[in-house]
Design a protein around this ligand. Structure first.
Ligand code: C2O
Ligand code: CU
Ligand code: CU
Length: 488
């Protein structure tokens, strides 16, 4: 079995090629999915040391597949941090990758010098992190944040889960242990020699961001995982540089969204599909004893439309898909193989009230800020007309204030906008798209489609200092679609 047996998408537009077995399974002539899902899923180990060492190494995955990649503690994805609210997190980041880096704890509210601002990069040696965990249980994550080279570092393997628990969440008795599955979804280009490669000269990089032909879940291309006929908790993270997924099951079985970027939703939300943009997380409850006929539950990215905006530029950007399936087309992610012989099917009664949440209201807001997202031929993607500058303060806010921010996407490509040091509430989206199922809860990243206007409310409670906000399409971020936010 060589690496070319991985499901790989080639060409651009709708005409990418799939193995015949995949096409027949789509047409329901066959339920044999073993050609697509060849390798067992695995999970990164828990972080069990006070050191996070980033280095470059060859890593063997799926038994015989060696990747030249970057890793935290020799693991891809990086080791999973699990920590309880009230505890302290202390770790020494050791940079052995031979270029500048710094770690950011995405979604965590920490003092500015612990946040991984790009001005704090180190080119070698150690950066010490030490902060208290004082926020809601949730699925957060960590990744590098050096200016201009975050994209390639994350792409080549540097990212991991940062999972916080608290008493409110534990009282719910959600599926845990083997029944709680953290799943990071990432698309990658892999060359014939087995290297995850990132070619900065790819023409599409500036428009769509860097896409890949292989869909990896926890580092494994299109894996399968054996499950029992019972409820599972899936913690999904879109750890891709640029690809948006529309999470769904192939048989259109509905599932329950219980959490988003900032932890549990107030109430569970039932849905059949869920858009997940780079940087976003979704906590799902899926009952494999119910709604799946046979033994296969295929998780896919379902077709969705990217609104076109900006005429020729819009069309051009859609055409420049580069590697892999076009944004918005359908392709498989992974398969759950349900062991119906285990006979221990069980279900779960989820309370209608999951979590106590107190969002600021529009009346609390002291002002509205308009954040324009533009694309110009000469400058590229900008925030309010400007590119990132390391120490220029772009937005100054007062600690304790609530503000409404209005993201307006005037460009032809989607921008998942992320703000450090806060969790916010989405108030509205223009047009008839409505809020996403995860947007009844706390968010730190929100997808702004071409032509769309998204209003959010933020309360700035983090320690005073300098943070950033940016597009989480990492190629856009690296090209300067980032700005400084100072809390004073
Ligand atoms: Cu996940 Cu500033 O990023
Ligand atoms: Cu972040
Ligand atoms: Cu963007």
């Amino acid at each position: 079995m060589d690496r070319k047996t991985f499901l790989k998408y080639t060409g651009t537009g709708a005409a990418f090629f799939l193995p015949p077995s995949f096409i027949t399974s789509c047409m329901n002539f066959s339920t044999d999915t073993s050609d697509i899902y060849r390798y067992p899923l695995r999970f990164p180990d828990p972080l069990d040391s006070d050191q996070l060492r980033a280095s470059r190494d060859d890593l063997t995955i799926a038994e015989q597949y060696t990747l030249d990649s970057l890793q935290f503690n020799g693991s891809l994805p990086g080791p999973t941090v699990r920590i309880k609210r009230g505890e302290r997190f202390q770790v020494q980041f050791q940079n052995d990758i031979g270029q500048e880096s710094i770690i950011h704890w995405h979604g965590m509210i920490v003092p500015p010098d612990m946040d991984g601002h790009p001005k704090d990069v180190i080119s070698e040696g150690i950066y010490s992190y030490d902060f208290a965990i004082n926020q809601r249980a949730g699925t957060y994550w960590y990744h590098p944040h050096p200016h201009k080279i975050t994209g390639p570092q994350v792409y080549r393997g540097l990212a991991g889960f940062f999972i916080v628990t608290d008493e409110e969440e534990q009282a719910l008795n959600l599926p845990s242990g083997d029944y709680e599955l953290p799943l990071v979804i990432q698309d990658r280009k892999i060359d014939d020699a087995g290297n995850i490669y990132y070619d900065p000269s790819m023409p599409e990089r500036m428009m769509t961001g860097y896409l890949g032909e292989h869909i990896l879940v926890n580092g494994i291309p299109n894996p399968y995982h054996e499950v029992q006929p019972r409820p599972y908790r899936l913690r999904l993270l879109n750890g891709s540089n640029a690809r948006i997924y529309n999470i769904a099951f192939r048989n259109e079985q509905s599932f329950t969204v219980i959490g988003s970027d900032g932890g549990l939703l107030p109430q569970p939300v039932e849905t059949k599909e869920l858009l997940l943009a780079p940087g976003e997380r979704a906590d799902l409850l899926v009952d494999f004893s119910n709604g799946f006929s046979g033994s296969s539950a295929e998780l896919i990215s379902k077709e969705f439309s990217v609104p076109s905006n900006g005429g020729m530029m819009g069309n051009m950007s859609q055409m420049m898909g580069g590697g892999g399936p076009e944004q918005g087309s359908e392709f498989p992610l992974m398969e759950f193989r349900i062991d119906n012989t285990s006979g221990t099917s069980s279900s779960m009664n989820l309370p209608q009230q999951l979590s106590e949440v107190n969002f600021p209201t529009e009346d609390d807001a002291v002002r509205t800020r308009r954040i324009e997202l533009n694309m110009e031929m000469m400058t590229g993607h900008t925030i309010n007309g400007r590119l990132f500058e390391m120490l220029r303060v772009d937005e100054e806010v007062t600690q304790g204030d609530s503000e409404i921010w209005e993201f307006v996407n005037n460009s032809a490509v989607p921008h998942p906008m992320h703000i450090h040091a806060v969790q916010f509430k989405v108030l509205s989206r223009s047009g008839n798209r409505g809020l996403h199922p995860t947007e009844t809860g706390w968010k730190d990243t929100t997808l702004v489609m071409p032509g769309e206007r998204v209003r959010i409310i933020i309360q700035f409670d983090a320690p005073k200092g300098l943070y950033v906000f940016h597009c989480h399409n990492l190629e856009h971020e690296d090209a300067g679609m980032m700005a400084n936010l100072e809390i004073t």
